[in-house]
Structure formats: structure tokens, C-alpha cells
Design a protein around this ligand. Structure first.
Ligand code: PLP
Length: 394
């Protein structure tokens, strides 16, 4: 008899767990493994944010916080949307949760019924697929490739929408591809969405501040569909605060109310001290965020150039986030030392064995031609890893 519920049994194990286990075994045997599989900035949280958290402790922010977030934090989020995205919201449109991950789960739980469809453009962030399963809904994937810069066209979106579609999840800048949708592209997608007033778009903008070319445009800035767009963001990536767990959304008030009901029963308000740290992040100086972005840009250039020199690898230079997602499908079918590499999982293991570099197979993101390398690691590590990868792929 299966002790676990059908729902939990349907969830996949995180695709990076096996990789982390194997890397750790190799490290224990003395091999120097370079990790390029991490999804978080390798910087500490800026000092002024840490100081704000210490002050919050001393000022006794130790009681249950309001479920949807402290009023001053929700006000600061309203100001952030006005200042940075030219979007007008009221505090009643804002809700704070335990990271963008929790925010997106709340929204999907609130909107999706069993049998409803959620459209996921691939490559997609791994957790979307599993979150949809938790709702009992199903997902419909739109495939993209490197030739189209991993971005869906309005036509592809139009063709993917069915009577069952309830939600579309769009992520720009993207994890894993680093693609960034332009204002023009988003306005074209908005025309398709407007034709279907019963559909909602979750616009995941957590990498908003890690963008190298052009500027960030939010889908919610397309006025004609603003009521259909739920903007999700967090302090995790922009302020090197992944462990603090503070994310937020801007949405129609009825949705904030229902997510608040759900959160009130399951987790209550977000950790009080972390909320005060997030308040400082959103109202304080942005110098550290800009500095981190500049360092990521330098690393992006190094890793992109190094991959461009490798035969059989197609590179799209990422415009945002901190991942490179080369198409390595031309290498499939080759073998070395009796190891046949027939897909991106095989290549991922091959690179771990031969180059001692940990990456993530594109399979995890619904794009099996590719493999993801995170450059949220030092320049020295990137240079060393690229030397080893080039040798291993020769
Ligand atoms: N959305 C995307 C695209 C991500 O890459 C991540 C984290 O890796 C998240 C959401 C989750 O962010 P948070 O730490 O705010 O939960």
C-alpha cells in the first residue's frame, strides 16, 4: 500500500538533488568540483539591509505579522511599482509571501481548478510544472528554440490557448535562458491575451534588476490587460536575499483577498524581521544591486565568449539573469572513453565526470537540446571551468 497521497507521489524529485549528491561524493574523495548549477547570487546581503534586520529584532518585531504583510512594506511595494515600473497600485493590491515561489503557489492554488490548463513556455523554471500539479490542473508547454531566442511568438500563444486555459506563466528575464522580452514583444502578446478575458498571466519578474541590455518592461504596463496580469517579484535575486524568503505580488484586490485567506491558514504572515529587511531593500540605496549586476555582466561576457569558441555549441548571449543556456544538441551521438552522450542528461554527467563541473540538464526546463550553466560564481571559477569544459568537449 502506498502510504503517500497520490498528489505528493506525483511530484518529481528536484532535478539538481542527484547532481548535488554526486558532486559531494566526488568532493569527499578529493576532487575539486566547480558548481555552475546554483540559482542564487554568490554575494552576501548588503550591509544596510542586514542592519535594518538587527534593528527590527531590537525593536521587538517578534509578534505575528499581518498576513498580507506590514502596511509600511506594502506601501513601499506600491512606491516601488510606481517608481520603477510606472505601475499604479493601492496597498490592497499588494501581498507579501515567503518568496516568489510561495507567491506563485498561492496564486495557482487560488485560480486553478482540476482540469484547468496552465500554459508554460519552455524553457520554464522547474518549479512551475510541479506547482501546477499541486493544484490538480494540467500544463501545456509551448516549445521554443535558440533560433527564436527562446521567446514565444504571439502566434504560438494563440495556438496554445484552449477553452480550458486559465493561466499563462511568463518569466522575463528568464531562468534558464537569460532571454528578455522587449516592450514590443510583450505588447504583441498582450493583443492575444486581451482576446481571452478569462485568462490570467503570472508575470514572474524576479530577475528584473539583473538585466544587461535595454530596460525591464512589465507586461502589466500594457494598460489594456492590466487587470489580467499578476506581477510577481521578490527581493531574493535583486538584493542577494534568497534565504530571507520575501516575495510579493501585485494583483486585483479579489485575488489578494483569496490568497491572503489561503496564506492565513497555512503559513501566516512572512517572518517579521525578514519583512523589515525587505522594507530597507526596497526603500534604501541600490548601489549594491548595480554593483552585482555589473559583476554578472563581466562574467556573462567571459562565459559567452568561451562557449562561442567551442565547436558544435550554439550560444544565445543572455540579456538578463545569471545563466547561460547553450544548445548542445550537435554533440549528441558522440562518445568518449566508451561513454555515449545521447542527450543533455548524459552530457551533464559527462561534464561532471570529465571536467568536474556541475551544470543542470535542459531536460529539467523542458528543453532537452540545452544545458544550463549558472555564472553566479567567481570569475576565477568560471575561467577554470571553461578551460576544463573546452578540453572535455574537444
Ligand atoms: N522565479 C524564478 C524564475 C526563479 O528562478 C526563482 C528562483 O530560482 C524564483 C522564482 C523563486 O524566487 P524566490 O527565492 O523569491 O522564491
Amino acid at each position: 500500500m502506498n502510504k503517500l497521497s497520490k498528489l505528493i507521489s506525483s511530484l518529481s524529485e528536484s532535478e539538481t538533488i542527484a547532481m548535488t549528491r554526486k558532486s559531494n561524493e566526488m568532493r569527499a574523495k578529493g576532487t575539486e568540483v566547480i558548481s555552475m548549477s546554483l540559482g542564487e547570487p554568490d554575494f552576501p546581503t548588503p550591509q544596510h539591509i542586514k542592519d535594518a534586520a538587527k534593528r527590527a529584532i531590537d525593536n521587538d518585531y517578534s509578534h505575528y505579522a499581518p498576513v498580507a504583510g506590514y502596511p509600511e512594506l506594502r506601501e513601499a511595494i506600491v512606491d516601488k511599482f510606481k517608481r520603477e515600473n510606472n505601475l499604479s497600485y493601492e496597498p490592497a493590491n499588494i501581498m507579501v509571501s515567503n518568496g516568489a515561489k510561495h507567491t506563485i503557489t498561492n496564486i495557482l492554488m487560488a485560480l486553478v481548478n482540476p482540469g484547468d490548463e496552465v500554459i508554460l513556455p519552455a524553457p520554464y523554471w522547474v518549479s512551475y510544472r510541479e506547482m501546477v500539479k499541486l493544484t490538480g490542473g494540467t500544463y501545456r508547454i509551448i516549445r521554443t528554440n535558440i533560433e527564436q531566442n527562446f521567446k514565444i511568438s504571439p502566434r504560438q500563444l494563440d495556438e496554445a490557448i484552449t477553452k480550458k486555459t486559465k493561466v499563462v506563466i511568463l518569466n522575463s528575464p528568464s531562468n534558464p535562458s537569460g532571454a528578455v522580452y522587449t516592450e514590443k514583444e510583450l505588447r504583441e502578446l498582450a493583443i492575444v491575451i486581451k482576446k481571452h478575458p478569462g485568462i490570467f498571466v503570472i508575470s514572474d519578474e524576479v530577475y528584473e534588476h539583473i538585466i544587461y541590455e535595454g530596460s525591464h518592461f512589465s507586461l502589466a504596463q500594457t494598460d489594456e490587460i492590466k487587470e489580467q496580469v499578476i506581477v510577481v517579484n521578490s527581493v531574493s535575486k535583486s538584493f542577494a536575499m534568497t534565504g530571507w524568503r520575501v516575495g510579493f505580488m501585485a494583483a486585483p484586490e479579489w485575488l489578494v483577498k483569496s490568497c491572503s485567506n489561503l496564506q492565513g491558514q497555512v503559513t501566516s504572515g512572512v517572518n517579521s524581521v525578514a519583512q523589515m529587511a525587505a522594507l530597507e531593500a526596497l526603500t534604501g540605496p541600490m548601489d549594491e544591486t548595480v554593483k552585482m549586476r555589473d559583476i554578472f555582466l563581466k562574467r556573462r561576457n567571459i562565459i559567452s565568449k568561451a562557449f562561442e569558441k567551442i565547436d558544435g555549441v550554439k550560444v544565445m548571449v543572455p540579456q538578463g539573469s545569471f545563466y547561460l543556456f547553450p544548445d548542445v544538441s550537435a554533440l549528441f551521438g558522440r562518445s568518449f572513453n566508451g561513454n555515449l552522450v545521447s542527450n543533455s542528461d548524459d552530457l551533464m554527467w559527462y561534464l561532471l565526470e570529465e571536467a568536474h563541473v556541475a551544470a543542470v540538464s535542459g531536460n529539467a526546463f523542458g528543453t532537452p537540446e540545452c544545458i544550463r550553466f549558472s555564472y553566479a560564481t567567481s570569475e576565477e571559477n568560471i575561467v577554470k571551468a571553461m578551460g576544463r569544459i573546452a578540453d572535455a568537449l574537444q
